[in-house]
Design a protein around this ligand. Structure first.
Ligand SMILES: Nc1ncnc2c1ncn2[C@@H]1O[C@H](COP(=O)(O)OP(=O)(O)OP(=O)(O)O)[C@@H](O)[C@H]1O
Ligand SMILES: [Mg+2]
Length: 112
């Protein structure tokens, strides 16, 4: 199993959820986060004063899935979240050690 973590534009969340539904991916966690990539390091000024770098609002979507689904999910994220401009976000993929469904005590693939 793997965990896919995608940092996306907030405006793309609804499109992404619909696209994931189309490929039968239902389980996910979405959080409001703040972040920056390479571009947001310019100095910003507020009332004439230089202020520290701003973090932009983003949405983090986490999906745990079977190994075989990873590439399909990555393409689905790219197809629904890409504008081709800076700030489209990033996808991080992690190997996942254990999954346990609390209600049934099922583990692993059966718990997804
Ligand atoms: N190295 C990183 N580590 C953790 N989070 C990151 C990293 N780079 C980007 N992010 C997250 O992804 C969000 C979007 O990043 P962004 O798409 O601007 O990346 P980028 O490297 O600047 O690429 P781009 O040229 O497409 O803008 C950031 O706001 C941050 O939340
Ligand atoms: Mg950027």
């Amino acid at each position: 199993m793997q965990k896919i973590e995608a940092i996306i534009r907030p405006s793309k969340l609804e499109d992404l959820k619909a696209a994931l539904e189309n490929i039968q991916i239902r389980g996910m966690t979405a959080s409001e986060v703040k972040g920056r990539g390479l571009q947001n390091n310019q100095k910003q000024y507020y009332r004439g004063r230089e202020v520290s770098v701003d973090l932009n609002p983003k949405i983090k979507v986490e999906i745990v899935c079977h190994d075989e689904s990873v590439e399909n999910i990555i393409s689905t994220i790219i197809n629904s979240c890409r504008t081709g401009k800076h700030g489209d976000g990033k996808i991080f993929v992690y190997p996942l050690e254990r999954v346990i469904r609390i209600s049934t005590r099922e583990e692993g693939a059966a718990a997804l």
